[in-house]
Ligand binder design. Structure first.
Ligand SMILES: Cc1cc2nc3c(=O)[nH]c(=O)nc-3n(C[C@H](O)[C@H](O)[C@H](O)COP(=O)(O)OP(=O)(O)OC[C@H]3O[C@@H](n4cnc5c(N)ncnc54)[C@H](O)[C@@H]3O)c2cc1C
Length: 510
């Protein structure tokens, strides 16, 4: 017998868990009239959220105001953001910080007892609430600690949703796979929240965790939902350069503290490209680094933090210090840090309205998998955690509305195991990174698209084998291929260079 829930939330990062916490505060849940399941691919904290470093942007200080945060967000986004959404999210900031403090988040304070708000690139005021350089972990812990253990809530970690269908009655059906026991089950729900995060692993180098394979975007596309601006990918200029796909992020805050970019012979080069030097906007710094790498024939550049005040470095960047030591045995007080532009954030995704609802009734998308209109063509630093919590809150009233059945026919067919094209991940990642990276060209995009089609055409469909230990990874490779094709097509459709989108064959937008 298929288990039915009022609401299923797929994802246990900031988007999924804050949606859950707002829902369980409702009268319906308290009275026992709302059943919810939360499903997550890995452990509950195996999320991009847990890795967030810088913090959460929200207006608080006396000299700051909503207008300034709105302007900074619009300016970063190339003024193609949805102004209504920007205002709504920014104005919800203080109440959201209040909610987070109620949920017990631990944030840094100054010696006078007030919160230590810092400034990040693109922000005109100090409005970033943080806990050292591990804000995401503090957030993930606070959210997780508030999850109740009641019968009306099923928490399914280490479970991968492999398929989603919607029946003529408006009910969603999910095929769920338990990664360890290999057991599959069919579930259904009235309303479905996709909080599945970004698609970083489509690229060869990403700051994202391995769970970021864009599953929610893939499912939504197959359900017929609108996906928009998939090619608006933010690259972070300073991912730690090392072997392997997952790159540790060296936060912008380190450059804010005085670290500078240097080339392989130790020369500072950023001022040759932009008068703001190492603190120019992310897209400009990324393009400058790539140009410098080409000029000096090197595979990366370096970040020099050796001149940063040692006490400031030690107190503000303990995580970066430890990770550089752990990963590359570097002592950043003395050694240069090798860095390279790295995929970081997906600004586009599942198109949603101001309540987080996609173009399919009852299907919600919250967090990085969604395109809300807040970021426009580029995300302002630290706006994404705020966005995820804000939309979790905005969605609550719609999620709590009773579903009106569109037909009296009860569909109870089980979803079959998916078929996928058996392909390798790295060749796709190389194609997308080479042809749809920081700098694009029409020729490169077309070559990339053709190469992806060839991979797709040459691979046969095979059935998901629940006993194959690599089945999930292979299935994800198929998703990565489809999303890569969608991403390149979206890039080819972009008509102007704006924000993160830079195609040498297009004119600069003015
Ligand atoms: C290194 C790093 C630093 C960052 N720093 C900041 C910062 O300082 N400030 C800021 O605002 N933003 C920051 N960001 C961005 C921000 O962290 C993310 O945008 C945000 O955490 C995404 O949250 P989410 O809930 O949408 O997704 P995630 O936190 O990634 O969670 C996704 C969830 O979906 C689940 N899932 C996915 N597919 C399936 C499936 N098929 N079945 C079951 N479950 C599934 C996963 O298991 C996971 O639980 C940073 C990102 C990175 C990578």
């Amino acid at each position: 017998m298929k288990k039915h829930y009022d609401i299923i939330i797929v994802g246990s990062g900031v988007a999924g868990l804050s949606t859950l916490l707002y829902l369980i505060a409702s009268e319906a849940y308290i009275k026992g009239n709302l059943s919810i399941a939360v499903i997550a691919k890995g452990a509950i904290d195996e999320t991009n959220t847990d890795w967030a470093q810088g913090g959460i942007a929200a207006v608080a200080a006396m000299q700051d105001n909503y207008e300034k945060h709105i302007e900074d967000t619009m300016n970063a986004g190339g003024y193609v953001n949805d102004i209504h959404i920007v205002k709504k999210v920014v104005q919800s900031g203080p109440a959201i910080m209040h909610d987070l403090l109620d949920w017990g988040i631990c944030l840094d304070k100054k010696t006078d007892g007030t919160f230590d708000l810092v400034k990040e690139g693109g922000h005109s005021e100090a409005r970033i609430w943080h806990y050292q350089d591990t804000t995401g972990h503090a957030l993930q812990m606070a959210l997780t600690n508030n999850i109740p253990t009641t019968q009306k809530l099923d928490l399914k970690t280490n479970n991968t949703v492999l398929g989603i269908e919607k029946d003529i009655n408006g009910i969603f059906h999910l095929l769920n796979y338990h990664n360890e026991t290999k057991f599959t089950e069919n579930l259904s729900c009235d309303k479905l929240v996709l909080a599945t995060g970004g698609l970083g692993t489509v690229f060869e180098k990403t700051t994202n965790q391995s769970i970021a394979t864009g599953d929610g975007i893939y499912f939504s596309h197959h359900l017929g939902a609108k996906i928009s601006n998939l090619s608006y990918i933010q690259f972070h200029p300073t991912g730690l350069y090392k072997e392997g796909p997952i790159s540790f992020l060296i936060s912008e805050a380190l450059r804010g503290a005085g670290a500078i970019l240097v080339n392989k012979i130790g020369e500072s080069f950023m001022h040759q490209y932009d008068e703001r030097g190492s603190l120019a906007p992310r897209d400009i710094v990324s393009r400058s680094i790539l140009s410098e790498m080409q000029k000096t024939n090197s595979s990366h550049v370096y970040l020099d933090a050796t001149k940063v005040d040692t006490i400031y470095l030690a107190t503000h960047f303990p995580n970066i210090i430890n990770k550089c030591k752990e990963i590359l045995n570097l002592n950043i007080f003395q050694d240069l840090i090798p860095v390279i532009p790295t995929q970081h954030y997906s600004c586009g995704g599942i198109a949603v309205n101001e309540y987080g609802e996609s173009t399919i009734a009852g299907l919600f998308a919250i967090g990085e998998c969604a395109n809300t209109g807040l970021h426009g063509a580029n995300r302002l630093a630290s706006n994404s955690l705020l966005e995820a919590i804000a939309f979790a809150k905005f969605a609550t009233s719609q999620l709590l509305k009773k579903t009106v059945l569109t037909s009296s026919i009860i569909a109870s067919e089980d979803i079959k195991l998916p078929k996928y094209k058996e392909i390798e991940r790295l060749p796709i990642q190389k194609i997308i990174s080479n042809h749809a990276g920081v700098t694009k060209s029409n020729k490169g995009l077309n070559i990339g698209l053709e190469a992806l089609y060839q991979i797709s055409d040459s691979a046969p469909f095979i059935e998901f084998d629940i006993n194959n230990k690599d089945a999930i990874k292979l299935w994800e490779n198929h998703i990565i291929l489809e999303l890569s094709i969608m991403l390149i097509k979206d890039a080819l459709e972009q008509k102007k260079n704006i924000g993160v989108h830079y195609n040498v064959d297009l004119l600069l937008f003015s």
